[in-house]
Design a protein around this ligand. Structure first.
Ligand SMILES: [Zn+2]
Length: 161
């Protein structure tokens, strides 16, 4: 069927020459999901976050680069053996992900915590001025730690030893 501008819109054609209605093609599973634009797709990183597993583990077990929220819920509710095993092993251990929040503007980022991080009194984005945070409590000495997550400075207020 021609689709150029010179062909009249289908609705204006005489009844007899209108093309038959397109056959309804039933798609199964994934394909059907992609036809509906309502499916919320998330990245593998976000999926790992929601499943509370390291990104490397998601890659290793074939979690695709993008997947739907429904697929993640399904994994959460009916975890495959590897996920169930990983959860059983992790009880009581440190969290896989932590949320960093800027104390000045509220920007947040979920990251894998690092062993070397001290306890932070405040977190701030790198671009804020240090005078935007409250002063350290009397007697405490402030140090700043760069390179926390992708853009944070960690502020440590310690009693001098
Ligand atoms: Zn900020």
């Amino acid at each position: 069927m021609p689709t150029g501008f010179d062909s009249p819109p289908v609705a204006f054609l005489p009844e007899s020459t209108r093309p038959a209605a397109a056959p309804v093609i039933r798609l199964s599973g994934r394909f059907q999901a992609h036809r509906l634009r309502l499916i919320e797709m998330i990245t593998r990183r976000e999926a790992a976050l929601r499943l509370d597993i390291p990104l490397e583990m998601a890659v290793r077990h074939g979690i695709p680069g993008r997947l739907s929220v429904e697929e993640v819920s399904e994994l959460n509710e009916n975890p495959p053996a590897w996920l169930a095993q990983s959860r059983a092993n992790r009880t009581g251990k440190k969290p896989v992900w932590v949320q960093l929040t800027c104390d000045i503007c509220g920007f947040t980022e979920s990251v894998r915590p690092k062993k070397w991080w001290p306890e932070f009194a405040y977190l701030s984005c790198e671009h804020h001025g240090s005078d935007e945070l409250p002063e350290p409590q009397p007697g405490r000495v402030r140090t700043e730690v760069d390179g926390i997550g992708s853009r944070f400075i960690g502020v440590v207020d310690e009693l001098p030893s």
